[in-house]
Design a protein around this ligand. Structure first.
Ligand SMILES: [Zn+2]
Ligand SMILES: [Zn+2]
Length: 175
């Protein structure tokens, strides 16, 4: 008999791929190079005070580096939501001023995972698998809102959760 595994929650630890960290570091160095070597050679007027130059070079460098880290995050985050990562990476890189990334965070779909019992795609807010009725999260038997498996009473309606027939698997999660 097929034993369903417990639902693994996607951890954020590997959400930023190595290539995007490398690109971010490279971009940061490139910005510093531009501010300290390219720009002064092009200016004919005396350069602005050193404090201002440090401030501008670091803040621009950090901004650009952060943007590449975010593109890396999008590339990892999009597949979890059944969205095309290639499409969104290109959009993030093509749109000016970070509009692509803003659009991504506005339009992104809820996270999808797979039902541990039948591997159907399920969204993060599903309580039951739409294909096999496997109970994915603990929910109140009265108002059907999500509850923690360890709760004794529903935080919304006060329903006594022990009266519900929660699967043994969810009881184990709560201990
Ligand atoms: Zn299922
Ligand atoms: Zn309730």
């Amino acid at each position: 008999m097929h034993v369903p595994e417990t639902i693994s929650i996607n951890e954020d630890k590997s959400m930023i791929p190595t290539w995007s960290i490398a690109t971010a570091a490279g971009a940061f160095l490139l910005i510093e190079y531009y501010f300290w070597f390219v720009l002064p050679s092009q200016q004919h007027s005396p350069p602005p005070p050193i404090g201002l130059r440090i401030y501008f070079s670091l803040s621009w460098g950090a901004l650009v580096a952060l943007y590449f880290l975010m593109v890396g995050y999008v590339s990892k985050d999009a597949p979890r939501r059944a969205m095309s990562s290639r499409f969104w990476i290109i959009l993030c890189l093509v749109m000016p001023c970070g509009i692509g990334a803003v659009l991504y965070f506005l339009l992104r779909q809820p996270q999808v995972s797979r039902c541990p019992a039948c591997a159907t795609h399920v969204q993060g807010d599903f309580h039951f698998c739409p294909q096999c009725n496997y109970q994915l999260t603990a929910s109140c038997g009265n108002c059907f809102r999500t509850v923690r498996a360890s709760d004794q009473f529903c935080t919304r309606c006060g329903h006594e959760l022990a009266r519900d027939h929660m699967p043994a698997r969810l009881h184990v999660l709560g201990e």
